[in-house]
Design a binder for this molecule. Structure first.
Ligand code: SAM
Length: 294
């Protein structure tokens, strides 16, 4: 991997920290991935919703059956979505790239444990992957583009490594219109984003214009804000409340023992609560964007 920016180093530290304690992490994230749940009819709980997001992506990628396609997951984390897809499409080959070293180590271990041969995981930067031009038939990024300081660079890199007529699927949070103008919302967002080590959020229009200038066409935008809104409730409120309480209990216990420790509750607890509040204000949307390289 080439030199990293200060922001990328912060993201790497954040995810290394998360997944080094995350080896004891809640099993639903290990199985389904570290992303929002996709709620629709028949999906009744948090665990199912997280896995249903992987199923939803599978539909958007149009992998078909019997086609030996090469697929890149940009910002794969522990690789749960790629593992899900690799099992459904054994004839396809999946490559996951992610900034964190701990998450990639866990992805490789889970791949080995599950004996999946049609995939590989690489610790690296999606801005500068080192893959040859026209290497992949499909690429997808689930809640990872938001971490790029320069989102335009990632789109250009994905365009470079996709084959002509290749498709990209981006699922992430975007502002539905312009950036929020109220100073209260601006500061609420900046607290939430910095807790998650996210440098910035852009609008749907901005990502659309980056895709167009990178040579993508047939851009389709699906608004999933309603599908993930229950996640704010189940994931935001309950997880946060439980997270904040248990983090505080652990902090006090450790204080008594004179120890300092980092744990997942402490890392994600507060951010979930902020996200729930911001989700209710409906200023931040959640979208799936599909585009085809010319
Ligand atoms: C919210 S997690 C989502 C992970 C995965 N897509 C999932 O659903 O479980 C965001 C991921 O983006 C990755 N990421 C952030 N910046 C990156 C970069 N510059 N290059 C590659 N991956 C990056 C992080 O390492 C992290 O794994």
């Amino acid at each position: 991997m080439g030199p990293m920016t200060a922001s990328e180093e912060k993201i790497q530290r954040y995810y290394d920290n998360l997944w080094s304690v995350g080896k004891k992490f809640n099993q639903k994230f290990i199985d389904g991935g570290f992303h929002f749940g996709y709620y629709e009819k028949g999906v009744i709980n948090y665990r199912q919703a997280i896995q249903n997001m992987n199923k939803y992506i599978s539909g958007l990628l149009e992998l078909g059956t019997g086609h030996a396609l090469d697929i890149l997951e940009a910002g794969c984390g522990i690789g749960a979505t790629s593992r899900y897809l690799a099992k459904q499409y054994p004839e396809c080959h999946f490559t996951g790239i992610s900034l964190g070293t701990e998450e990639i180590e866990l992805a490789k271990k889970l791949q080995k444990d599950q004996n999946l041969k049609n995939m590989q995981f690489i610790s690296g930067n999606y801005n500068n992957t080192g893959f040859k031009n026209n290497s992949f038939d499909r690429s997808f990024a689930l809640e990872s583009i938001v971490y790029a300081v320069n989102k335009k660079d990632v789109i250009n890199e994905i365009s470079r490594i996709l084959k002509p007529s290749g498709k990209v699927v981006i699922i992430d949070g975007f502002f539905p219109k312009n950036q929020p103008s109220s100073s209260f919302l601006k500061s609420a967002y900046s607290i939430m984003l910095s807790k998650r080590s996210i440098p910035s959020v852009i609008s749907v229009q901005e990502i659309q214009s980056y895709l167009t200038s990178a040579g993508f066409t047939d851009i389709i935008i699906h608004d999933l804000s309603k599908n993930i809104s229950k996640h704010y409730f189940f994931g935001g409120f309950f997880v946060s409340l439980r997270g904040l309480v248990s983090a505080e209990v652990k902090r006090l216990k450790n204080k008594v023992k004179g120890k300092i420790n980092e744990d997942t509750d402490k890392i994600i607890g507060g951010a979930g609560f902020m996200e729930m509040l911001l989700g209710i204000t409906k200023n931040l949307g959640y979208y799936a964007i599909v585009a085809t390289k010319r």
